[in-house]
Design a protein around this ligand. Structure first.
Ligand code: 2BA
Length: 109
């Protein structure tokens, strides 16, 4: 058995959960925050049998889109004031960041 940890954009989360559930996967949704953008994203935990892993990855790939977002990064202004002003940076986020872990034990008690 494997545990998929998938970090996806909030915009894709609902459709992805619906699609996974309709294909009989079990899903747990966590509300998370990206360290770089400091904005909300969604992390899904999906426990899957080995033979269903590839299909689950395909579903995630199909549903999750990459998007451009504007982040504000702090930048020192010139001179000696020491004041930082935010400036916009464009980053491409997603489709999805996926970790696949081996599950040592799985129990429902
Ligand atoms: P964030 O940390 O908010 O990052 C959002 C996007 O900002 C990233 O998209 C990437 O395009 C950009 N970015 C991140 N760190 C950067 C940096 N130091 N310099 C320049 N640009 C940077 P993704 O790579 O698609 O990541 C989307 C979200 O997935 C991340 O949100 C984070 O929550 C998670 N993530 C990505 N890689 C991870 C990892 N190795 N471990 C844990 N979480 C990860």
């Amino acid at each position: 058995m494997k545990l998929i940890i998938a970090i996806v954009q909030d915009e894709d989360a609902s459709r992805l959960i619906n699609q996974l559930m309709s294909e009989d996967y079990r899903v747990t949704k966590l509300a998370t925050t990206g360290g770089f953008l400091r904005s909300g994203n969604t992390t899904l935990l999906v426990g899957v049998e080995d033979e269903k892993l590839e299909n689950a990855m395909g579903v995630i790939e199909k549903v999750c889109k990459s998007r451009k977002q504007i982040a504000t990064a702090p930048s020192p202004i010139s001179g000696t004031t020491g004041v930082y002003v935010p400036y916009p940076v464009e980053v491409t986020v997603g489709g999805a960041t996926i970790f696949v872990l081996d599950v040592e034990q799985f129990k429902k008690i």
